[in-house]
Design a protein around this ligand. Sequence first.
Ligand code: PMP
Length: 447
Amino acid sequence: VKDERTKEEILNKRKNTIGSTCQIFYSDNPFMVSRASMQYLYDENGKRFLDCISNVQHVGHCHPTVVEAISKQLATSTCNVRFVSTQLADCAEQLLKTLPGLDTILFCNSGSEANDLALRLARDYTKHHDAIVIEHAYHGHVTTTMEMSPYKFDHGSSLSQPEWVHVAPCPDVYRGKHRLEDSELRNAEKLYEAGKQYSNDVQEILKNVEEKNRGVAAYFAEALQSCGGQVIPPKDYFKDVASHVRSHGGLIVIDEVQTGFGRIGSKYWAHQLYDDGFIPDIVTMGKPMGNGFPVSAVATRKEIADALGGSVGYFNTYGGNPVACAAVISVMKVVREENLLAHSQKMGEELEVALNELKQKHESIGDIRGVGLFWGIDLVKSRDSREPDQRLALDVILELRQKYGILLNADGPYTNILKIKPPLCFDKSNVLETVSALDQVLTHFNR
Ligand code: PMP
């Protein structure tokens, strides 16, 4: 039966029942989804929109293989992990095949939970307490992860940076502490030098922490920073950081909640981007893993997992339930069968060419950066000053939706970075459509 209620009625109901601080896209004119399919969303009137926002629906909204796997398992059993299920064991085994050097999985339900558990593991294993995080980082909404997220505690929440959290400069060569000139942004030698400067900053923090008689349990970072501004750290940065942190007795946690499962194209995980043998001690994952079904996990080594405090153990009512695991197994199957890594890489190459052309044409584009289907377009008021242009980013987003039927979001510490991170089925015609619309919109704004 068709639901005849209007968007206004539903919005009113939402306003009266849901906390006012729950964020919503396009707050002036929110988008109501009537249905979703692959890389498209349909509004309340059935109008189709190209979705460049939803990295969670990784292999495509309502992908039939995933829907079937979830439905089948839902009708078979939903028992928790205290019962033995084939799904749990198979899922863990398949995940570990993509993560050489790690041998143990613990399942949770959200990225926040996974990062919270990663911190607990690191603390119990190292017997240290502190964490180093990167400027602008976001690691989740639970209290501990909020306390580890400058993206949140720097923005007027009641939380402030606790004593046990230390913030390292973001290894951003465009906007960060150690910047490169425009002409140097792709220069391997200059990138290497900047990477060294950023890893030395981490070493400095480690020394300061020790001088205060404290110890770092874990250094946390996304392999490529997403909410914090679509940042790609220079090659060798993580390897150097890892050697510093480990020499002080800490562990390396890489948050792949946004970037895993082939988003970057060439590799299954973004920390494998440089193919340099860098292996974190702990990897956390979430979002794309269940294609929209809530599931997340922590991957680590057995000795770290086994160090979890005393007799308390680890039990999570829904973490690793067979329906969630069936979802993950089916996502991995689609990634394999539809060659989505190769496809994502190819689309990344197409985007690089098209966005570079766009940058030549529009002064408002200060930088473009990305790999696979993970791109950021950094909008500036002037290329010389690199001053972020939030107003333009917000105007562009509205225009793209209204005139071109394209959904795109802006993020980063100054909300000036247009983010392209669509479901991986995004194809070449979608790339061309998006870049051409961006071209027209920037021309329309004379920028
Ligand atoms: N880590 C990163 C990098 C994220 O982007 C997010 C969510 N935006 C989280 C952790 C938290 O995940 P969740 O919302 O599933 O708790």
